[in-house]
Design a protein around this ligand. Structure first.
Ligand code: FAD
Length: 383
């Protein structure tokens, strides 16, 4: 029987993160956004709560939960602050997960305890200045020399790559040519710091101001041959499978953003008066908020469904792409409508909806654009 209700344990986790988001994250969100500073203290506390270890087994320092638990936490965090939520999402589903899925026992023993405790952050270096949606267009190279990979090239827009606690960047690089003459792409672990590896100055972004994003450059960066992650030549395919899962996590984050816009709009529509009554008494406003709630709800069901299929070991590529597509659009549409409900105040940075408005656009771009999701869905339909 289909059951979308949370179990007692899941509801307990959701409530715990909801309270943390309200009491700890929300009060400092505007400050970190305005000053464009990374929320180290919030991240430290999230580490203590075990959020970075949610989907990993206890033997690796994790909490023994699953990917859906991570999604629930991301949704609650993004209701009040997308920057904090993306910091967790990128650290877990992009930073630690590739090591867990494809690492050797030695690599897992070295990296997972620090990553799952939140003491260290790992970053995922796939995108390049000339290769985003077409990530197979990687130009970064790695050649084997005296038992070392020598890496040259650059990466663009890499989340969590330049914080004081970043210790690892996993990169894709061309390591040769396949028998059919195509690029052989592998993934390699680069500890931070390593000589020749440079974290370039942070981007000036439209939103996600408290999230850490940098271009990276590699100039004859040498790491031991054993730092190959997964099979040689499987790097691109492995990274794409990480992104399939990641889409469910980003969808959960986007649902949180969409719901946060509903929360703020309901509150404001009851308080703000115009023409002698609360603005929410106008059906034009009430219907707008009702539609926002419907978008958040349907997008939530989409990511619950994708996560359920993934955890049951069933194919979930199409469902994950659908969830990412509808949740990203729900966040953007709700942010635009929530700003409208707030009138001129919605355009003022001190109002949370203004931050949601700036933050939400990237949800239609990062971890696969809307067009890429449509491509994936169409492909699954045989088109
Ligand atoms: C804040 C931020 C954080 C990020 N974090 C990371 C990270 O941690 N790690 C990482 O590796 N990457 C990261 N990215 C990169 C992100 O995943 C890419 O920006 C995204 O995949 C799009 O790639 P692109 O920017 O090169 O755009 P392009 O691929 O150049 O796309 C430009 C436009 O063309 C469209 N387009 C492209 N090809 C087609 C097609 N065949 N059909 C129809 N339309 C098409 C796209 O949908 C888009 O609208 C991050 C980006 C940002 C902005």
């Amino acid at each position: 029987m289909l059951d979308t209700r949370l179990t007692e344990e899941q509801e307990q986790l959701r409530k715990t993160v909801e309270a943390f988001a309200r009491d700890v994250v929300a009060p400092v969100a505007a400050h970190h956004d305005e000053t464009k500073t990374f929320p180290y203290e919030v991240v430290r506390q999230m580490g203590e709560m075990g959020l970075f270890g949610l989907p990993f087994p206890e033997e690796h320092g994790g909490m023994g939960g699953d990917y859906f638990a991570l999604c629930l936490a991301l949704e609650e965090l993004a209701r009040v602050d997308q920057s904090v939520a993306i910091t967790l999402e990128a650290a877990v589903s992009l930073g630690a997960m590739p090591v867990y899925r494809f690492g050797t026992e030695a690599q897992k023993a070295e990296w997972l305890p620090q990553l799952t405790s939140g003491q260290a952050l790992g970053a995922f270096g796939l995108t390049e200045p000339g290769a985003g949606s077409d990530a197979g267009g990687t130009r970064t190279t790695a050649r084997l020399e005296d038992g070392h990979w020598v890496i040259n090239g650059s990466k663009a827009f890499i989340t969590n790559s330049g914080t004081d606690i970043t210790r690892l960047v996993t990169v894709t690089a061309v390591t040769g040519e396949t028998a059919s003459g195509k690029k052989e792409i592998s993934s390699i672990l680069v500890p931070v710091p390593t000589q020749g590896f440079t974290v370039e100055p942070a981007y000036s972004k439209v939103g996600w101001h408290a999230s850490d994003t940098h271009p990276l450059s590699f100039d004859d960066v040498r790491v031991p041959e054993e730092n190959l992650l997964g099979e040689r030549g499987r790097g691109y395919a492995n990274f794409l499978s990480i992104l399939d899962e990641g889409r469910i996590a980003i969808a959960a984050l986007a649902v949180g953003a969409a719901q946060g816009c509903v929360d703020e709009s309901v509150k404001y529509a009851k308080e703000r008066e115009a023409f002698g009554q609360a603005i929410g008494k106008n059906q034009a406003i009430a219907f707008k908020i009702a539609r926002m709630e419907a978008r958040a709800h349907t997008a939530r069901m989409a990511y619950y469904d994708a996560a359920a299929k993934m955890l049951a070991g069933q194919p979930f590529k199409k469902e994950a792409a659908i969830a990412k597509l509808v949740a990203g659009e729900a966040a953007m549409d709700n942010a635009r409508d929530a700003t409208q409900v707030h009138g001129g105040y919605g355009f003022m940075n001190e109002y949370p909806v203004a931050r949601q408005y700036r933050d939400s656009k990237i949800l239609e771009i990062g971890e696969g654009t809307t067009e890429v999701q449509l491509m994936l869905i169409a492909r699954e339909l045989g088109l």
